[in-house]
Design a protein around this ligand. Structure first.
Ligand code: ATP
Length: 233
């Protein structure tokens, strides 16, 4: 479904992603793990057009989207659930959800809205409240539901557990598992490697802007180098 080939990303002429190649098949859940600053988020941002690639190519369902604009990439079926949630704080919960469906013209948006609130009952309870007043965990649920409102073919998640208490993190991962079970293709960036490898089918390990290891998530989870460097034992 998604093919990233020899991707390079630079900020002010300084390259931080040095030729990354990865792929995601339809229905798969793929995790990008590794230390802070390894280039995971920059890779994700290049895929959804938030930063431009300085080299390489990105192909989605056979179409070259390397130079496509962000809105064209969303229309193609790629949606990002951004790091730090980035809900629209002064808009209500329901307005945030409607923003997720901004590109849609079909008649099923209201039904999807209702489905999202069935999936996240707290969002139904708080539907008229300003999104900025929600707790961090509730905002993460809103950001996930808003992303799903676009009916993406693939959903990119950037650090969904960042800054959340362990109990809330467990809830976020349960939600991601439900989304995976619904058949949504997932590309996930996570510093919580243990949780990410528990959820994903396959994973890529990033180090200093390069992929240094890839494989089935369960193999990476048991790999001594990964355990030592990222899983704390
Ligand atoms: P993190 O978990 O901290 O987000 P990461 O693996 O996702 O880590 P990136 O965020 O992609 O890494 O960062 C890769 C490198 O690019 C880092 O050295 C970072 O400081 C730098 N970087 C990221 N965004 C910018 C930016 N907007 N301008 C300049 N440098 C940036």
């Amino acid at each position: 479904m998604l093919e990233v080939s020899d991707l390079r990303v630079s900020y002010s002429g300084i390259e931080v992603v040095h030729g990354v190649s990865l792929s995601v098949a339809a229905g798969e859940c793929v995790a990008l793990i590794g230390a802070n600053g390894a280039g995971k988020s920059s890779t994700l941002k290049a895929i959804c057009g938030l930063v431009s690639a300085s080299g390489g190519s990105i192909t989605f369902e056979g179409r070259d989207i390397t130079r496509a604009s962000g809105h064209a990439i969303v229309r193609a079926g790629i949606t990002m659930c951004p790091e730090g949630r980035q809900v629209f704080p002064q808009m209500s919960v329901i307005q945030n959800l409607r923003m997720g469906a901004y590109i849609r013209t079909d008649a099923e948006q209201e039904a999807d809205l209702s489905r999202m609130m069935d999936m996240f009952p707290i969002l139904r309870e708080r539907q008229s409240q300003a999104a900025g007043k929600l707790s961090g965990g509730e905002q993460e649920m809103l950001a996930i539901a808003r992303a799903l409102m676009a009916r993406p073919r693939i959903c990119l998640f950037d650090e969904p557990s960042l800054g959340l208490a362990p109990k809330i993190v467990a809830g976020v991962f349960e939600t991601l598992a439900r989304i995976k079970a619904m058949g949504v293709t997932i590309l996930l960036v996570e510093q919580n490697s243990m949780m990410a490898l528990g959820l994903a089918d396959r994973a890529y390990l990033f180090e200093a802007g390069r992929i240094v290891m890839e494989g089935a998530a369960k193999d990476l989870k048991n790999h001594p180098d990964v355990m030592r460097a990222y899983l704390g034992h």
